[in-house]
Design a protein around this ligand. Sequence first.
Ligand code: GTP
Ligand code: SPV
Ligand code: MN
Length: 586
Amino acid sequence: MTNNKHVLSWIEEMKALVKPANVVWIDGSEEQLKQIRAESEAKGEMIKLNEEKLPGCYLHRTAINDVARVEHRTFICSRKQEDAGPTNNWMDPKEAYEKLGKLFDGVMKDRTMYVIPYCMGPIGSPLAKIGIELTDSTYVVLNMDIMTRMGKPALDMLGDSNDFVRGLHSKADIDEENRYICHFPEDNAIWSINSGYGGNVLLGKKCFALRIASYQGKNEGWMAEHMLILGLENPKGEVKYIAAAFPSACGKTNLAMLIPPEVYQKKGYKVWTVGDDIAWIRIGADGRLWAINPENGFFGVAPGTNMKSNPNALLSTKKGTIFTNVVHNLEDNTVWWEGLDKNPPKNAINWKGEKWDSASGEKGAHPNSRFTAPAKNCPCISSEFESKQGVPLSAIVFGGRRAKTAPLVYQSLSWQHGVFVGSIMASETTAAATGAVGVVRRDPMAMLPFCGYHMGDYFKHWLEIGEKLGDKAPKIFNVNWFRTDDEGHFIWPGYGDNMRVLEWIINRCEGKADAVETPIGYEPKAEDINLEGLDINLDTLKGLLGVDVNLWKEEAKGIHEFYGKFGDKLPAALKTELANLEKRLG
Ligand code: GTP
Ligand code: SPV
Ligand code: MN
């Protein structure tokens, strides 16, 4: 498929290590994919679902100990420990190659090694980049087919170049004790072993498009961010683009596919999805920020997805989709998960592969069960999805799950203050990674688990991009859909109604909406958020917008402590912003 000597010699080297029984180059043809699906089905790895109801769809169950990203087993293997920074696990690259080399040695001796060339971003886009993943998993091949532009066109785009990310993956024995996800930013390489779960093994996604790409972006002057991208069309037919960073399982896919409430639909507002998880962003020839979605599909959270919460996501899963760790409905050979509807199937198998009775009170689908759906299935996919230069950003939005402190929405006072706002993000942990759920942790720019280098340098990079942008910089906002009342219920209806907040955001960008200055930034006047058709009154909204000075003083202490980790690498501008916040709080 290629004469690229860098590719060929690297593959020879990896073959000598893993000693595969066979090597199969993935060309991306439907004929070859058909064969791989059949093999995967024959092995019992994929279950073919009802062809009439879910054409081309499959169900997969991972091992029970392998259901989410493993942050404690994910390493940045930069030559110097300092370059990985205080927020990443670090391993000396020599030690990592040696340790994992032993685990990879002969690991594919009874298995086929698939060579997957893939492109992150539209083929031919100046923002796109090439990776090659070697894997012994047909599940990985079939997922990469949905999530990336996979096969021959990617190799053709690479040509003779050496600029590709070298990914090596083996399921090995799914041995938790020896599970490692290692990134070698200086070598453009990723080694992943002993997992078969999404973010650990679909190496184009978090490993390349965020961890390696963030490092590349720092060196090359662009940004790789954990952001959705959406286009908001107004009644005049003008589309403004917003990128938003929320931590895993905090609402990116939902916001990206938002359906405006009826009062907005009637006026002609629409939301178009460009991406739901990752954005690659750079300064365009016109001096503005432009973003592409490097992915080609959605690896979305299944539980809670239904025709009311996110019809566009659900409709995206109706064909050519792989479901992972959901309930198998044996009544009609389809799938189910908590929150799909109120009728759990009577005859069903849970995510663990056991007979399941919904009356048992046990969840049938894993809370981090997922669908892998092609972007082209999405009813609201943007006409710019394949655009090689991407879309121009009017606003950048940060957000997380905060029961109290963070208000529904506020705007930063400047780009520099916006970088501060992103850097102090905090959110409750979710099932997307193993470990405790619901614990508040700092997650700057939603990149804590995904930044491939020192986070202090990452903040500096953000500040420098702002300096280059000058007055062409998008405005920066923070949102929180997750404030709760005393009984722990969400106060804001969220989902489609988040449109009401987006409208204020865009109006601010266009200088059409007023604001009040609070100690933490600009907030809407309550009257400027459209509540038509909602059973929320102005007082409740004022509560949602409230800034509790005492809570924020506590917050400032927490920020001091967090910032302390970065030592000299913490940009002075952020220290100034923290001091200014404290002054404003009094
Ligand atoms: P990853 O794919 O892990 O990056 O997640 P994500 O950020 O795309 O989150 P997603 O949109 O899948 O939503 C995760 C969970 O948050 C789901 O259970 C949603 O139902 C819930 N959620 C999303 N948006 C809202 C909202 O506006 N309000 C409330 N209360 N819940 C929401
Ligand atoms: C996330 O956890 O942010 C995801 C899922 O999008 S994974 O690909 O597993 O990282
Ligand atoms: Mn994500």
